[in-house]
Each structure stands twice: as C-alpha cells, then as structure tokens.
Design a binder for this molecule. Structure first.
Ligand code: M6R
Length: 611
C-alpha cells in the first residue's frame, strides 16, 4: 500500500513527482524517495514523510525531465532509509518503485543470493529489481523483455515504474493487482497509483489492467501484456477537478470531508432520486434490476467503514425490500468456503475500489456465478471494473485516511437500492416509496443543521480528550453507527473504543463501566427508544458518563445524560446518516487535541491493497 508516481516529458520532473507524492501520501507515509534520471540518476530516500524527503533532497541536483517517486507503507522490512524506495539493482542498471507484495520473494531471493547477488534491504522490491537485472544480464536484449520475463516468475501484486540506465529515455510501467493510471499529455506521460497527481496536467488517462506492461517514451506509449501481445490503450476522460483534492481552507482533509457531506450526499443522489423525479433511477443497475428483484439473498462484503455501511444496508434491504441479507468481512468471506449460488447477489462496498480482500471476494463470488455489484467511490478503480454492474457513490475524492463522507455516500446508495427494489417488489406502496424519497432528499439540509453545532462537539471533546476508553452503544439502524463511531475514535486518536449493540452491554461490557468511562449512546426517537432509555439508566446507575445523541426536542434522556447532542427529526431509516456526524466530529476534535495526525494516523493507509 504505497503511492507511486512517474514522469517522462519536458517539465522538471522533481516538481511533478513531489506534488504527486503529497497527493498520494494517504496511501502510505512511513518513508519516501525519489530518483531523477539525469546523468547521475541518484536516489534520494529517507524515513518519514514527503516533507522530510524535500528537506533531505534540498541542495542536490535534481534537475531532469524523467523520474519516479514513492511514498511507502511498510510490508517487508521496517520503515527506514534503506528499505525506502526507489530500489536500485545490484549493478545499478535498473531503478524501480513498487506498490504491492511479491509473495514468492523469499524463494526468489534465495535463488539470487545463491548466484552471488547481494542485497541491501529487507524488502521484496529489491528482489524484483535484482531479478530483472539478472534476467537482463543473462542476455535478454532489452529492458522491456527482461521486465516481462522477470514478472512472469513473480507471484503477488505489483504496480511498478521501472527505469533502465541503458535506455535512458524510457519508463516501463506494469500492473498486477495494484492500481496504476497513466496520464497522457502532449509528448509527456504521468504514471501514478491514482489520478490525483495527474489531474492538474491532463484529464486523459489510461487505466492499466492486470498483466499490462506499458513502455513509455516522450514519443509514445506501447501497451503489451506479459506474453508480449499488443494491447489497445483505451483513453478515458477524468471527471475530477484539482479543487476537489485541496484542503479548501480546512485544517485537515478529514474536517473538510466531514463538512462536505451535505454536498457529497446530494452528489450521490443527484439525478438519481428527487421529489421532482418521484422515483429512484440507478443507471448502473438498469440491466440487472430484474435479477436484483428476484434475488434469494444479498451478501454484502466490505472492510472497515465500508463493512459498517453494509450493516446499515442489511437493515435497509430487510425492511424496505424484504430480502434476506448477510454482511461479511471480505477478509473472512474469501478464506471461508462460503456457499454462493447463482441466485445470490453479492454487493461489494469499497471507497477506494482497490481493497485487496474485497477485490478477492468479488472474484470468488463471480466464479461461483452470483451477480456481483459494486458500490465504490473511485471511478475506474479495480472493483467497479471487475463487477457485473454497480453504482458509483460520487462523493468526490476522500483523502483523509479516516473514512467519513464515503460512509454517508455508501449508505445513501444502499438506501436508494433498497427503495428501488422494495417498490419493484411491491413491498413498498407508492405512498411509502414517495415519502421515503422525500425524507432522503431532506438529509443534506438536516446535516447542515448538525454541522452548525460543531463548537459544542468540540467543547465535549475537550472534556474527554484524556479518556483511555470509550464505549459506543446503539440499537437497530444505529448499532452500525456505534461501531463506526468507535472505529473513528480509535483510528485517529488511539483511544481504545468499542461499539456494541446496546442490549448486549449486560452480557459483559457493563463490567467496564465506572465514573471514568464515557459512553456514547445513540438514542434517537425510533421503535427502540424506550429500551435505549433503560440502557442509559443502567449506565448511569454505575456512574458511567453518558453522551447521548438524541432527537431534537427530546426531554427524557436530556435529564438523565451528562451531555446531549441533538440531531434533527428524520425518518429512523435515515438516522445513521445524521447520527454519525457528531461522532465523526467528536473523534476529529479529540484526535487533534491529543496532537494526533488525523489525516495520516499511525500504522494506517488509506487504501489497503495488501491482504
Ligand atoms: O476503500 P475501502 O472502503 O475498501 O476501505 C475499507 C477500509 O480500509 C476503510 O474503511 C478503513 O477502515 C478506514 N480507515 C476507516 O476509516
């Protein structure tokens, strides 16, 4: 899970690479490196962030118009200067950056070491670069042939940019399992893990497919597969603006993304649902609607926050469409022996569209003959390209590692799907259907009303910023929100937090409650309101601190809780879209008050493209 950038053209490559690496830092940020392919072709790399690399490079000659850069999230070998990329081959002819994992690296390394080839780092990447040079030196005439032959021996995942000093006006890019996009300019090409480093230069891009190898010079690009068959490069137009990937005046991307939610949700349902449309239109599902309506079962797969959105989807599909739903961690699902039939519909949810476990689960479900759909945010990413059909969330780029607007966009898509199927199956009357559509369109405005209370969320955050533990409780539609609130807090503030179905508290977690334990209770007005009031009493009876998320105007819990966070009235099925907002903001404020880097939390990466 690293970020890679390459450039070949007539600009100063250094600037393109450094700006690009900063955009890709969400993918990994434990070390960074760069190489400009000039007369020296030096490699500069160090532990730390891209800003550390800039300081490290400063004063050196990095002038040149071809180069590559890397920002790392360690898999093999600790984050340090030596293990950082780029890596150079043993005789220095090849320079390479890599995102992914070479699974058979140990065997390959043993073989190369037995041949007397030395290694400096602990990485799987150095094995790859040495293997390429070994194949090249055995007499395989060009860098391209050596790359293709070496990659044929490799098991694992890679997105690569490779340079050979014998062929100085060329870059080679190759992909298997890890995303790679090539931006096409006029006599210049940009290579990157996603389109964000490219968009300010060109909107024409080529998404590499697995086993593709691109041989790139200023004069043009040749696309082949590993077997040397020519491939036709298909140029897509990016629908992404540079403004969308800046912080836009906010201190952190996460904060910007939280505040963007009224607009991002609107973008998610724009043209798909609306009071003037009086219906749900999901173009991406047009050809599969009948199969969806006839589905015996829906299996939702995802990881992290996307899995939480899937849990909300379970309630939505069961309530609105009366379809049986199972929600699975992609990482568990793919390694079990799951029973999947052609009557099943599998929905993969992923912001990035690149999560390795979710992608592998998609492939498994396809092999079993299920209809496989994707709900993804990144256009052109691997999951939407491999699924039978799907719906993009259109939430715009999510840069903060903690997922916020992707969650609300995913839940919005799931709600639209459940409404569409529910109506087609006649589970919902026309009147219910229209009433839900109206409620959904009110969500962005209601979120605006919550966001104006940010100062209050910040005040409460300041009271509990030193807590060691938090408990989050919710029932029904709000149980997944409890899980999501706990995940947000733990991943960015490093406070231990757990989400629980409120009724489960009595079966164990209640033992944790004392006067130091903040308990965030999701207690809006719905069918389980009375029960949640009892749960709050149970916490208060043990001197726990209750921070309750309640419906505006609520009076009972307001008297019992230590703090209340009000959200506007909304149909309970859409309450997750509102209730999650205060939890995102409280986590954000606690983390910043504790001095944590919320956009780049320790040990994490935005896109988990390794298992
Ligand atoms: O890109 P994806 O939605 O597939 O990513 C899944 C998880 O890695 C992601 O949601 C992760 O849990 C976030 N850090 C949560 O904020």
């Amino acid at each position: 899970m690293c970020g890679i950038v390459g450039y070949i053209g007539n600009r100063e490559a250094y600037n393109v690479l450094i700006t690009g690496l900063k955009r890709l830092e969400y993918r990994g940020y434990d070390s960074a490196g760069i190489s400009i392919l000039n007369s020296q072709s030096s490699i500069y790399k160090c532990k730390g962030k891209v800003s550390d690399l800039e300081r490290f490079v400063s004063g050196n000659n990095v002038s040149g118009t071809i180069g590559m850069g890397h920002t790392r999230w360690a898999t093999h070998g600790e984050p340090n200067d030596v293990n950082a990329h780029p890596h150079k081959s043993f005789h220095g002819k090849f320079i390479l950056i890599h995102n992914g994992i070479i699974e058979n690296y140990a065997r390959l390394k043993e073989k190369l070491m037995a041949l007397g080839i030395p290694f400096k780092s602990e990485t799987d990447t150095e094995v790859l670069v040495n293997l390429i040079e070994y194949v090249y030196e055995k007499g395989n005439s060009t860098a391209e042939i050596a790359v293709r032959m070496a990659l044929s021996e490799v098991i694992g995942a890679y997105g690569l940019v490779i340079a050979c000093t014998d062929e100085p006006d060329k870059l080679i890019a190759a992909r298997k399992g890890s995303p790679l996009v090539i931006g096409v300019g006029s006599k210049e090409y940009f290579i990157a893990s996603d389109a964000t480093p490219i968009v300010e230069y060109t909107k024409s891009v080529i998404y590499l497919n697995d086993n593709d190898v691109a041989i790139i010079s200023r004069e043009g690009l040749i696309l082949k597969n590993l077997q040397n068959d020519n491939q036709i490069p298909r140029i897509h137009q990016l629908d992404l603006d540079i403004g969308e990937i800046d912080k836009g005046g906010y201190k952190h991307f996460m904060l910007k993304e939280i505040f963007e939610q009224p607009r991002s949700i609107l973008d998610t349902f724009r043209g798909r649902v609306g009071t003037e449309l009086n219906a749900v239109y999901l173009g991406g599902l047009y050809n599969v609607t009948e199969r969806l309506v006839e589905a015996r079962r829906i299996i939702i797969i995802g990881c992290g926050t996307s899995w939480h959105a899937g849990l909300v989807g379970e309630y939505l599909f069961e309530d609105l469409a009366r379809i049986s739903v199972e929600v699975e961690y992609a990482s568990e699902f793919r390694y079990r022996n799951p029973i999947i039939t052609p009557d099943d519909v599998v929905i993969a949810i992923s912001q990035s569209g690149e999560t390795a476990d979710t992608l592998a689960a998609v492939r498994l479900a396809k092999e079993a003959g299920a209809l496989v759909l994707g709900i993804c945010n990144v256009v052109g990413s691997s999951i939407p390209r491999e699924t039978d059909a799907g719906v993009y969330t259109h939430a715009g780029p999510e840069i903060g590692v903690a997922s916020t607007k992707a969650f609300t966009a995913q839940v919005t898509v799931l709600a639209m799907m459940a409404l569409l199927i529910g109506r087609k199956k006649n589970v919902l009357s026309e009147e219910q259907y229209l009433s839900y559509i109206k409620s959904l369109t009110e969500v962005p405005g209601r979120i605006e009303q919550i966001l104006v209370h940010d100062d209050e969320f910040k005040r409460i955050a300041s009271l509990y910023k030193l807590a060691n533990n938090f408990l989050y409780l919710g029932r029904g539609y709000l149980f997944p929100v409890a899980l999501e609130g706990a995940l947000k807090l733990k991943e960015i503030s490093y406070i231990h937090a757990e989400g629980y179905p409120a009724a489960e508290m009595k079966h164990g977690p209640i033992a944790l409650i004392d006067h130091k334990m903040p308990v965030v209770v999701l207690a809006t007005k719905d069918s389980s309101y009375e029960k949640i009031v009892s749960n709050i009493q149970e916490v208060k009876a043990r001197n726990g601190i209750v921070i309750a998320v309640v419906t505006e105007g609520e009076s009972v819990i307001t008297k019992m809780a230590d703090h209340v966070l009000e959200i506007p009235v909304i149909d309970p099925i859409f309450a997750p879209l509102l209730a999650v907002i205060p939890l995102q903001l409280i986590a954000y404020h606690i983390a910043t008050m504790r001095g944590c880097n919320v956009d780049q939390p320790r040990n994490l990466a935005k896109s988990v493209t390794v298992e």
